[in-house]
Ligand binder design. Structure first.
Ligand SMILES: C[S@@+](CC[C@H](N)C(=O)[O-])C[C@H]1O[C@@H](n2cnc3c(N)ncnc32)[C@H](O)[C@@H]1O
Ligand code: SF4
Length: 380
C-alpha cells in the first residue's frame, strides 16, 4: 500500500492577527457545525482513494484548530480512523496558547493525536500585543504545563522574526528563553519563520503609517546568525530553511511535502497533490459548505503537472532541506540525472557559491539559504 498524508483545515480564529494572511476568519463561529459536517462529507467522498493508501501523517492546521470544541476534532479523527491510519502515524494539531484546556488535550490524545504545534511567535508580551496576538508568555507556559500533564510528548513551537519593535538584544533574550523552556518542557521542534508583511494587512498599515517599526537588514542578518548558532548549539538541527529539530523529531508531515509525496487536503482552502495534479479548495467557508452539500466540486485552482513541471518543483522542494537533492534518488525518481536538465544553471549557481555539489548530493550553501529566491528562479 502506498503512503499518503492528510491535511485538515480549520479556518476559525478568535481574532485576526495583524500579520496573518492564512485562510482564517474571526466571528464565524456559527458556521462551525455545518463546516465540520461538510468536511466529513468531503472526506467520505474520497473513500475510494483513501482506502488504497496507508495514512502516514495527519495534520490539523488553521486557523486555530484548538479554538473549536474538541468534540469536532474527535469526530473528524473517528472518520479518519475508519481508514488505514498507520500505527506509527504522526498526528499533529496546531494550537494557540490561549484556547487550550486540559480536557481538549485529553480528547486529542484519546483520539490518537500525538504531536502539538503551538504558536508563540515571541516571548515579549508588548510585542505580542503589537502584532494582534491575544495571548501572553504566561499563557504559553501554562499551555506547556497542560501538554506535559496530559502526556503528549512531541511538541513543536512557532516563532517569527523580525517583529516590530523587537531589537537584536531583545531577540537574543527571547531565543535564549525559548531554549530554556525547550529544556524544561522537552520541546522537540522549533519553526522560525521570516516575517512576511502582506500587502493590505493591518501590520502593513501600521508599518507604513509609522506606528510600528522593523529593524534594518543588518540587524535582521545578526538575528538570523544568532538564532541558527544558538539553536544548533542546543541540539536543534536546522533540517530545513525555517525548521529546527532534535534529531529524529523532524516533522514527518512537512517532510512529505518537501519530498513531493502524495497528500489530500480537506476543508476550505486546503490543497492536495495526487496523481501529478495539484489543486486547492475554495477559500470561502460559505462557498465550501454550499459546494460540498450540493455535491459540486469545491476546487478553485487545479494544475496538472507534466514530468518537467514535477522535476522543477522537486528540485526547489528538496533544496529547502539541509539534506538537499540526493543524486541517486533523483535518478531513480525521474530516470535521468539532474545534470541532463539543468547542467548550465547548476554550474552557475555553484560558481556563485549558492549551492554545493558533491558526488552524492546538491544542497544550498549558507549564502544560498539567505538568497534562496535567487536560486529558485533558475528552476521556475
Ligand atoms: C497557520 S499559522 C497558525 C497557527 C495558530 N493559529 C497560531 O497562530 O499560532 C502557522 C504559523 O505560521 C506563521 N505565520 C503566520 N503568518 C506569518 C507571516 N505573515 N510571516 C511569517 N510567519 C507567519 C506563524 O508562526 C504561525 O504560528
Ligand atoms: S491565530 Fe494563527 S491563523 Fe489565526 S489569525 Fe492568528 S496567526 Fe492567523
Amino acid at each position: 500500500m502506498k503512503d499518503i498524508s492528510i491535511y485538515i483545515h480549520i479556518p476559525f480564529c478568535v481574532s485576526k492577527c495583524f500579520y496573518c494572511d492564512f485562510n482564517s476568519y474571526a466571528n464565524k463561529e456559527d458556521l462551525i457545525d455545518l463546516y465540520v459536517d461538510a468536511l466529513i462529507k468531503e472526506i467520505l467522498s474520497k473513500s475510494d482513494i483513501l482506502s488504497e493508501y496507508n495514512i502516514k501523517t495527519i495534520y490539523f492546521g488553521g486557523g486555530t484548530p484548538s479554538f473549536i470544541d474538541s468534540k469536532y476534532i474527535v469526530k473528524i479523527m473517528n472518520v479518519l480512523n475508519m481508514f488505514n491510519v498507520d500505527k506509527d502515524a504522526e498526528i499533529t494539531i496546531e494550537i494557540n496558547p490561549n484556547s487550550i484546556t486540559y480536557e481538549k488535550l485529553e480528547d486529542y490524545k484519546l483520539s490518537g493525536i500525538n504531536r502539538i504545534s503551538i504558536g508563540l511567535q515571541t516571548t515579549f508580551d508588548d510585542v505580542l500585543k503589537n502584532i494582534g496576538r491575544r495571548h501572553t508568555l504566561n499563557d504559553f507556559i501554562s499551555a506547556l504545563e497542560l501538554i506535559k500533564k496530559v502526556g503528549i510528548l512531541n511538541i513543536s513551537c512557532d516563532l517569527i522574526y523580525p517583529l516590530p519593535d523587537l531589537s537584536y538584544e531583545r531577540f537574543k533574550e527571547s531565543i535564549d528563553y525559548v531554549i530554556l523552556l525547550s529544556k524544561k518542557y522537552d520541546i522537540k521542534h522549533i519553526s522560525i519563520y521570516n516575517l512576511e508583511v502582506h500587502e493590505g494587512s493591518k501590520l502593513d498599515f501600521l508599518l507604513k503609517e509609522g506606528f510600528l517599526k522593523l529593524v534594518d537588514e543588518d540587524e535582521e542578518y545578526k538575528m538570523r546568525k544568532y538564532l541558527i548558532s544558538t539553536l544548533e548549539n542546543n541540539n536543534f538541527i536546522k533540517y530545513e530553511i525555517s525548521n529546527f529539530s532534535i534529531p529524529g523529531y523532524e516533522s514527518k508531515h512537512n517532510l512529505n511535502y518537501w519530498n513531493q509525496g502524495v497528500y489530500l487536503g480537506f476543508g476550505a482552502g486546503a490543497s492536495s497533490f495526487i496523481s501529478s495534479s495539484r489543486y486547492r479548495n475554495v477559500n470561502s467557508i460559505e462557498k465550501y459548505i454550499n459546494g460540498v452539500n450540493s455535491n459540486n466540486l469545491v476546487i478553485e485552482d487545479r494544475e496538472d503537472m507534466d514530468s518537467f513541471d514535477l522535476i522543477k518543483e522537486y528540485i526547489i522542494l528538496r533544496l529547502r532541506l539541509k539534506e538537499g537533492i540526493i543524486l541517486k534518488d533523483f535518478k531513480t525518481k525521474f530516470n535521468e540525472t539532474i545534470f541532463k536538465y539543468f547542467s548550465k544553471e547548476l554550474d552557475e549557481l555553484s560558481k556563485n557559491n549558492l549551492i554545493i555539489i558533491t558526488d552524492s548530493k546538491i544542497y544550498l550553501s549558507d549564502r544560498g539559504q539567505e538568497v534562496a529566491n535567487q536560486v529558485w528562479e533558475k528552476f521556475i
